[in-house]
Design a protein around this ligand. Structure first.
Ligand code: GTP
Ligand code: MG
Length: 205
C-alpha cells in the first residue's frame, strides 16, 4: 500500500473525545520507549508525524492520525517504565484500556515488544487482558536492527515457547525495525487487507 497522506488530527484524553468512529482504526500499544511513535513514522514515511524521544513517557494522550484520508492510526502512551508518578501511570493504563474496550471502529491493535527483551510480565499480562476482552492484536517485535538475524530468531523462539503455554493459537507476529524498515510492507499489507474487510458491511447494494 502506498501512503499518499498522513496528518495529525488530534490528541484525546478519552474515547468520548476521539474523532468520529467512521473509519477503520489501528492502535499502537506497548511499554514506554518500545518504539510505537517511531514505527508510526516509518510505516507512513512521514518522519516527524508522531513525536519520539529517548526518554520513556513521551506520548501521553490518544493521538489520532488520518492516513490516506481513509483510515486512522492511533499512538498511545506506553505502559511500564515511564518515569512518571505511579498515579499518572495508572491514569494512562485506565485511559488505554477504556479506549481499547470502547472504541468501536478499532479493527486491530499492534502490541509492540522490544525484540531484545526476554518475555516480561507487563507484556504477558497486557496480552492476557486483551485476550480476556476479545480485543484482536498482532505482536510487532521492534528494534530488530539491534540484533543479528540469528539472535532475532532465537528471541522469537523463546517468545513463542512462552506464549504457547497460554495461547492456542499464539498471536500473529511480525518483526520490524524503524531504522531499516524491516516489516513495513508486511504491516501495511495487513492493514490494507483489514481495511477491505471493514468496508464490506457498509457497502450499499
Ligand atoms: P513512549 O511514547 O515514551 O511510550 O515511547 P515510544 O514507544 O513511542 O518510543 P519512541 O518511538 O519514542 O522511541 C523510543 C526510542 O527508541 C527513540 O530513541 C527511538 O529512536 C528508538 N527506536 C525506536 N524504534 C527503533 C528501531 O527500530 N531501531 C532502533 N535502533 N531504535 C529505535
Ligand atoms: Mg510514543
Amino acid at each position: 500500500m502506498v501512503i499518499h497522506s498522513a496528518e495529525f488530527l488530534k490528541s484525546s484524553v478519552s474515547v468520548a473525545d476521539c474523532p468520529k468512529a467512521n473509519l477503520p482504526e489501528y492502535a499502537f500499544i506497548g511499554r514506554s520507549n518500545v518504539g510505537k511513535s517511531s514505527l508510526i513514522n516509518t510505516l507512513t514515511g512521514f518522519k516527524k508525524l508522531a513525536k519520539t524521544s529517548v526518554t520513556p513517557g513521551k506520548t501521553q494522550l490518544i493521538n489520532h492520525f488520518l492516513i490516506n484520508k481513509a483510515w486512522y492510526l492511533t499512538d498511545l502512551p506506553g505502559y511500564g517504565f515511564a518515569k512518571v508518578p505511579v498515579a499518572v501511570k495508572l491514569l494512562w493504563e485506565k485511559m488505554i484500556k477504556e479506549y481499547l474496550m470502547k472504541r468501536e471502529n478499532l479493527v486491530c491493535s499492534f502490541l509492540l515488544i522490544d525484540i531484545r527483551h526476554a518475555p516480561l510480565a507487563t507484556d504477558l499480562n497486557f496480552m492476557a487482558w486483551l485476550g480476556t476482552n476479545h480485543i484482536p492484536f498482532h505482536i510487532l517485535f521492534t528494534k530488530a536492527d539491534k540484533l543479528t538475524f540469528n539472535k532475532q530468531q532465537s528471541a522469537i523462539a523463546v517468545y513463542k515457547k512462552k506464549l504457547s503455554g497460554q495461547w492456542e493459537p499464539i498471536p500473529p507476529m511480525v518483526v520490524t525495525s524503524s531504522e531499516t524498515q524491516t516489516g513495513k510492507e508486511e504491516v501495511l499489507n495487513l492493514i490494507e487487507s483489514l481495511n477491505k474487510e471493514f468496508e464490506l458491511p457498509n457497502r450499499t447494494h
